[in-house]
Write a protein that binds this ligand. Structure first.
Ligand SMILES: [Zn+2]
Length: 271
């Protein structure tokens, strides 16, 4: 059995893309949660943003703990939403490079398919300059791995048809994932900085320590500048819009209630 298609809810797509655009220096990654229909089409409606422990390019390792936590989160969503939810895919970004999966990606994907044959991989290529227009473009692909004819352990990419499903609102759990993103990024930076602080035995020179501290400060400012600021203004705009539409709905409710009262009165007077 293989995945015949992948439908990503628009709110999940928006969170994944925001995550992918959060840094152009390293790859980011996360897990995708959803359900499978009878035609083996994967419908993704939630996600888990993963904290990276290794920022080396092309290292997309997801720890067993992270997979277990994501499975537990899928379970809790299943109970809340009364729908079958499970971890059905992973996503990662390719900053400044093409969208196509690397050999490492294809091999990693094959490992995940051993756990679940319909597991899919989604890649977001970001900050990649189009040679003709010289503009930064975003490309997305969805893939699975199939065995290469040359050998049982050689794999190649199989493209999975990919769609984004329109949604007018954010599901509360996806809004929660979006708002947790700055914290995940800040924790990554803090852990990376803490690992450079020397112990008493292993004393590094003062200039190196000062340099590491300034790199940490610059990274924190970068997260604030590119993520927290825009996210705050976007959420504030959403709040203003929601308040506005709540006000309109209350007025509409009042108007409809008046009409009902008038009809009821006319019926009572008539009888
Ligand atoms: Zn990759």
């Amino acid at each position: 059995m293989t995945a015949e298609g992948c439908v990503l809810a628009a709110d999940v797509f928006s969170v994944c893309l925001t995550h992918a655009l959060s840094t152009e220096r390293e790859e980011i990654m996360g897990l995708l949660i959803g359900e499978l229909d009878k035609r083996s089409v994967v419908h993704i409606s939630a996600l888990v943003i993963l904290q990276r422990s290794d920022k080396t390019p092309d290292r997309c390792e997801i720890s067993p703990e992270q997979l277990t936590d994501a499975a537990m989160y899928a379970d809790s969503l299943q109970q809340k939403l009364k729908r079958p939810m499970r971890v059905l895919g992973w996503y990662h970004s390719h900053p400044h490079i093409t969208v196509w999966p690397s050999h490492v990606d294809v091999r990693t994907q094959a490992d995940y398919q051993m756990m679940d044959p319909c597991f899919v991989g989604v890649i977001f290529s970001v900050f990649n300059i189009d040679k003709q227009t010289q503009e930064s473009q975003v490309q997305v692909t969805c893939f699975q791995s199939v065995t290469n004819l040359q050998g049982a352990h050689e794999y190649m990419r199989r493209e999975v048809p990919f769609f984004v499903q329109k949604r007018s609102t954010f599901e509360p759990h996806n809004l929660q994932s979006l708002s947790s993103m700055p914290q995940v990024l800040l924790t990554e930076e803090t852990l990376a900085y803490k690992s450079t602080i020397p112990t008493e035995k292993d004393e590094k020179n003062l200039v190196t320590q000062l340099y590491n501290a300034s790199v940490y400060s610059a990274s924190v400012c970068h997260v604030m500048d590119t993520m927290i600021g825009p996210l705050m203004s976007s959420l504030t705009n959403r709040l203003t819009e929601n308040k506005e539409s709540t006000k309109k709905l209350i007025e509409e409710k009042k108007r409809l209630q008046e009409q009902i009262d008038a009809i009821n009165k006319a019926n009572t007077d008539g009888s």
